[in-house]
Design a binder for this molecule. Structure first.
Ligand code: ZN
Length: 224
């Protein structure tokens, strides 16, 4: 199955799926639940293109690698090259908003953190980045009140809004562009609110992005 970026209406966006740049601890309440300090600048990491799958398909998790946690996040699709970008360039460079899961091998991550090692093995594995279709950014009157919600079996586990972010979406992308050049087709994940937890095969998962869309999917075990 090859992944392609799509608009909500099913049309192909015609951009290659590039890298995914993610931010850790962008909501104070999530930093607190994992006993992490509040960062003074964004904590960044990258998921490669091979981590991207469609959020509209069942979520396949690698059961042999310990707990796999969901982290529901607002995603931003980049449409222009952004390098050391100012605010105007960033505003013009964002073309779509969607929902994403930053799947995390939490046991493995805890071990890596303890040893002071990078997180990649826990965050960048194949299938670790389910992405939804994108809503054109023009459909959003503001980026400061986008709500994201994740429910399992009808029980709401995560509920957050972009107004709770420590670094708002444009500031975050400005900052990222000083560290890594963002290319058309790259995606930025903007951090997760509190309420993260493990996924189990059979879990029905619903992810909602404001009133823009709701995705119903199912967790399955990754086939060997
Ligand atoms: Zn995350």
């Amino acid at each position: 199955m090859s992944y392609r970026h799509q608009w909500k209406n099913g049309q192909s966006i015609g951009l290659p799926a590039g890298k995914v740049v993610c931010v850790g601890r962008n909501y104070a309440d999530h930093a607190a639940e994992l006993n992490n300090p509040i960062p003074s600048e964004p904590i960044l990491f990258i998921k490669p293109g091979t981590s991207i799958v469609s959020l509209h398909e069942p979520i396949a998790i690698p059961l042999s690698k310990g707990a796999v946690h969901y982290e529901a996040e607002i995603s931003v699709l980049i449409g222009k090259i952004l390098k050391n970008a100012g605010r105007t360039q960033v505003v013009e460079g964002m073309i779509g908003i969607g929902a994403a899961l930053d799947l995390t091998l939490r046991d493995l991550q805890a071990g890596l953190k303890e040893q002071g090692h990078p997180w990649e093995k826990a965050k960048a594995f194949d299938g670790s980045c389910p992405l939804s279709c994108f809503e054109p950014i023009q459909s959003f009157s503001t980026l400061n009140h986008i709500d994201i919600e994740l429910a399992i079996s009808g029980v709401i586990k995560q509920k957050g809004s972009s107004d709770q972010m420590l670094f708002d979406i444009p500031s975050l992308i400005e900052y990222i562009s000083t560290c890594f050049t963002l290319m058309p087709g790259d995606v930025v994940l903007t951090g997760t609110p509190k309420g993260v937890g493990p996924l189990t095969p059979g879990d029905p998962v619903q992810i909602r992005l404001c009133s823009h869309f709701a995705i119903n999917t199912l967790v399955v075990a990754e086939s060997a």
